[in-house]
Every structure is written in C-alpha cells, then in structure tokens.
Design a protein around this ligand. Structure first.
Ligand code: PHE
Length: 446
C-alpha cells in the first residue's frame, strides 16, 4: 500500500500551521506575555522561536521526510533510537488526552454562545460560578470531551489528504478572518490602548530566568515539537519539497496569530475596565463577562469560541496522527481501525483529567490535580526530551553533514542563496538548541 503524501506544498503548510496554532497561541501566549514583561517577553519569545524552535522544527520535519516513516521507525532507521521515537508517540497521545478536555469546554462554550447563554452575566462572580458549575459536572466535561474527540476522529478517519489537509485548508483561512474581525472590533473599542500597553509595554524587571524558560517552553509547545507530530507530518512531505523555506512560514505565522490574538483579547478585556486573570479563567470567565457588557456581545462570543474551537481541533488531530501512522506502519493496521483505537485511548486517558475539576478535584499529587499533573508532565518534561532527542539525532547521531545533504534535496537554490542561514541552522541544531533544552530540563529538576 502506498504511503500517504500531501497533495501540495500549501496543504502541508496549512496542516503544520494548523497544528501549531492552538490553545497555546490563542489563549496561553497572550496571558504569559502580559505577566512576563510585555514587549520584553515578546522579544525573548521571538528569539527562542527562531534560535531554538526553528532548528528543532527543521530537524523533526527532516527526520520524517528522510525516512517516510512514523516516529518510532524513523528514529530507529536513523540512529537505532527506537525507544525515544516511541516515547514521542506516547507524548502525543498524552497531549491528545488533556488537550481534548479543555477543547471540549471550548466546544461547550461555543454551543452556549450560539444559544445566547453566555451574555447574561453582570458580575465576575456570576461568570465564575457558571464556569465552576459546568466544569464540576462530569456529564458536561466528559460529554464534551467525548464529542470533541469524535469530531477529531471524524476528520482523521477520512485520511491525510481528504481529512487533515482539506480541513486545515478550510479552517485556517476561516480562523484568520474571524481573528481579523475580532482585532478590528477590539481596536475600535474605547480603552483599547490600555490593553495594548499591558501587552506591549516593555517591563524588563519581569523578565526573570523563570520567564525566559517559560518563553522557551512556550515556543516548543506552540510549534508542536517534541511529540512526534512534526516528524509524522514531515513523513508525508515529498522529496521534491524545499524544507527550510516551509519551516519559516510555519514559525512566523504562528507568532503572528499569537500576537493578533493578544491584541484582540486584551483590547476587548481592558475596554470594559476588567483585569486579566491567569489560567482558564481568562477565557471562560473574564471574556464571557465582557461579552455580557458590550454591544453585539452574542456575536462576539460566537466568533471568539468558534475561533478557539477551530484552532483547537486542527491541533488535536495533529497530536493523534503520530499514533495512527505508527499503528499503520508498524502493525499494518487499516487507517480506520487505527483512528478508532487512538481516539478511544486518548478519550479514556483524558477522563481523569476531565474529572479533575469536579468529583476528583481533591485528588492531588505534588500539589497538582490530575489535569495539571498530566499537562505538566507532557509540557515540561516529555516534550523537551522529545525535542532534544530530535536535534541530537539529526545533529550528532545521524550526523549534521548527512542530514544537510538530505535537506538540500528540493532546496538547492535556496540553500545556495542563503548559505549563511543554513550554516546558522546547522550550528543551532548541533549546539544552541540542545544546550538550551538541557538548561530548561535542569531548571525543572533543580
Ligand atoms: N501547538 C499547539 C498549541 O499551541 C499545541 C499542540 C501541539 C497541540 C501538538 C496538539 C499537538 O496549542
């Protein structure tokens, strides 16, 4: 059976951008920017994205394209690192499990927004109670987790080209248009400038080592690195494709969307004089309160939650695809069966996370509930290890020289013209990226 391949270069870029742009960019990024020093943080984030993120992204896509295999076999072929490859597939599955829980809330809120149920709050406490009431109901949480997983599985079921590629090509432009609409609305509201100054005024003192590590971790999560996703998406790229030039738009577009989301969210929130809060409450409490206060709130609420939903589902499918590809490559499973098993596993693994806000909220380990525990394990530990494995494989084990010979395929003109940029990428893959990742990991363990 012939292995799947993207129909076009644009299709691949749309899928990779769809994977990158998710809850991490639209919801987490704006908040950590505001907290972490505004423009000062954005500057550090951009450096992390291009100094470390881009080289890791290129490494992962190259591993995939060279081998045309899913992560386990790919890591095995290039460096006999089968177990590390398998670990990244497992990381993807864990991400798919908790990601679907929060994304399920988004779907639930979208449906509420459509029926006008999100615009009747007069105080912050009401919006908060509404959120606590919903997330502590296990039928609501598990129900929407299930529905979201079902929709994701539906897209994956129809295949790489007809499912992943086609849906991303539709959802990404739609997401962009809705986001532009929200930015336009935000910027024309009174008081928008205080939101912008929260987001962009440089506060150098907030730029602590912790904030810098947060920026690096965010760059990893936002580019969907370290969890088999980009290796798998790379394995569907044709040998004729110019890899370095496709990595650039993926990183840049992700950054651009994050900044626009920040502008939209903060100009809207500050225009009604509210302060932003951390964690889920920004998206599920503060914003609904704002939507209740402004004119056209219902439409705004629908647009916002539709935006987040589109961003989430295109990322969700990319977290599940490595496992699906693995079952197909390794055990010759039919795609349909692989999708059903992967979605069922991710659904079951996600149930404890879904219950962590309700009946199992008292269950804590290291001071964290099951949701925080699972997401921190993935984001702070497994993802950096997966990214480290990819750059060490490309830079040292397989070898930068051989890897860059492969990268030249389909990119001769580009690599000749931008020889300096290519040299820099090679240097970062060998030194800057692994050293930075080791520093993040040490920072967590120390
Ligand atoms: N890149 C996604 C985000 O920023 C995170 C993610 C990565 C989700 C890979 C799923 C798979 O939200």
């Amino acid at each position: 059976m012939k292995r799947a391949e993207w129909r076009s270069r644009l299709g691949f870029i749309a899928a990779a951008v769809g994977s990158a742009v998710g809850l991490g960019n639209i919801w987490r990024f704006p908040y950590i920017v505001g907290e972490g020093g505004g423009a000062a943080f954005v500057l550090v984030y951009i450096m992390c994205l291009f100094l470390v993120g881009l080289p890791v992204l290129l490494s992962e896509i190259t591993i995939g394209r060279k081998t045309a295999k899913s992560p386990e076999a790919a890591f095995d072929q290039l460096g006999k690192w089968k177990y590390l490859g398998r670990m990244t597939i497992f990381t993807g599955l864990i991400v798919a499990s908790f990601y679907s829980v929060v994304s399920g809330w988004t779907l639930g809120y979208l449906i509420q927004a459509l029926s006008g149920g999100l615009t009747h709050f007069t105080t912050a406490t009401q919006a908060e109670n509404h959120f606590t009431h919903l997330t502590s109901s296990y039928t609501w949480c598990v129900g929407y987790h299930f529905l979201f997983m079902l929709l994701s599985a539906g897209i994956l079921y129809t295949g790489v080209q007809r499912g992943i590629e086609s849906w991303n090509k539709v959802l990404m432009p739609m997401l962009f248009l809705v986001l532009l609409g929200l930015v336009a609305k935000g910027l024309t509201m009174t008081g928008a400038t205080s939101g912008l100054s929260f987001l962009f005024s440089p506060k150098w003192s907030a730029l602590t080592p912790t904030a810098i590590m947060l920026a690096l971790g965010q760059a990893f999560f936002a580019l969907s690195l370290g969890q088999g996703t980009m290796v798998t998406y790379g394995s569907y790229v044709s040998k004729k494709e110019n890899l370095p030039s496709t990595c650039l738009p993926i990183a840049t577009f992700g950054l651009f969307i994050s900044l626009l989301a920040g502008i939209a969210i903060f100009s809207i929130v500050f225009s009604v004089g509210l302060k932003v809060d951390s964690g889920p409450s920004l998206m599920y409490e503060t914003l609904p309160l704002v939507f209740s206060k402004v004119r056209g709130g219902t439409l705004l609420a629908v647009a916002f939650f539709a935006l987040v939903f589109m961003a989430a589902i295109t990322s969700q499918i990319s977290a599940m695809e490595p496992m699906i590809a693995y079952l197909g490559d390794r055990f010759k499973w039919k795609r349909h069966h692989a999708v059903i098993l992967t979605a069922s596993l991710a659904f079951i693994l996600g149930i404890p996370c879904a219950l962590a806000f309700g009946i199992w909220s008292d269950f804590k380990l290291f001071g964290m509930n099951l949701f925080d525990l699972t997401s921190s394990l993935a984001v702070n530990i497994l993802i950096p290890i997966g990214g480290l494995a990819a750059v060490l494989l490309v830079g040292w084990r397989w070898g930068a020289k051989k890897a860059f010979e492969h990268i030249r395929l389909g990119a001769e003109d580009f690599t000749n013209r931008y020889a300096l940029f290519m040299r820099y990428l090679k240097f970062s893959i060998k030194f800057i990226a692994p050293i930075s990742i080791i520093i993040i990991l040490l920072g967590i363990f120390l």
